[in-house]
Design a protein around this ligand. Sequence first.
Ligand code: MRU
Length: 361
Amino acid sequence: MTHSFIQSVQWKENHLLLLDQNRLPEETRYHKIDTIEEVWKAIRQLTVRGAPAIGITAAYGLYLGVQHLSYGNVPELIEDLKGKAEFLSQARPTAINLRWALMRLLTRAEMDGAHGCSTEEVKAGLLAEALRIQKEDEETCRRIGEHGLTLLKDGMGILTHCNPGSLATAKYGTATAPIYLAREQGMTLKIFIDETRPVLQGARLTAWELMQAGIDSTLICDNMAALVMAKGWVQAVIVGADRVAANGDVANKIGTYGLAILAKAHNIPFYVAAPLSSFDPETPTGEEIPIEERPAEEVTEGFGKRTAPVGMKVYNPAFDITPSSLITAIITEKGILYPDQDGCYGKAIKEILGRKSQTLS
Ligand code: MRU
């Protein structure tokens, strides 16, 4: 059974439309975005969030940043693009997809420039590349779904965290892609969704999109995961990723690390579903991945009212690092990666990234 997915990032009539994910599930409202500054703000303030969706949005943002400006020559345009790409990449530090998408646009501009394109042609190339990144992400997520589906069986209980869903990508999501594909094939899965404190992406977003798709899902508070596992209701955990280091350590939404430990303690496979655009071979291990810290109010006023005394000290990291040794497998669009005997993914990642420039499959 198929259903129509809502597209959180849209390019329509030369405008960027972003579904305001802060307003879900109460309201489905799109914002029309016309400037690079608005794009930066939308990424920073989580209007758009989720690693692949941030990358797609930033790509359109870079185009918007130069669209109406005139340049004397292509090198001048490229110089300006570099500065603007740096500006956008500062909006959020952890998800590598942001930098990845911006790099793709810069490379495209440099190549078009080298081929003698005019400044207007280079700009048109930027938009074409942004549209391509979005289209590719749809196909990438579908492939992640196909590979992930091979790990699932009818009737399984799956626990997921944050929103690694359709809203966070062009379509299908990463960790949710096998779930959507299982549904297409008539399989019945029971999904448990962590509410995901403090911003509640699980409760507000994953619950919303899985409900819309008619998928059997149950919302739990983060601190209920251990009990749900102990009861034998979970046969696999599948989460997304914001960055995968060269050794397979994974940065993902805060709470992922704890879940991986719980999964290990209960002998439950722990899978990470991530496109190759989330892999960062330049960062050797999770220790070097920058972890975003967010405003204290997300913790103290997260429910629209104060839930802690005024002036309380707060620590609010948006992500944590799950060591590769706790990850059973990483599901990518090009296949499933398994660790070496030492629990490290270094070899498998090197191998698959070596194939990255070839066609999908
Ligand atoms: O802070 P967010 O909402 O952008 O965090 C998102 C996550 O951690 C997701 O798990 C991740 O981006 C998965 S990618 C589909």
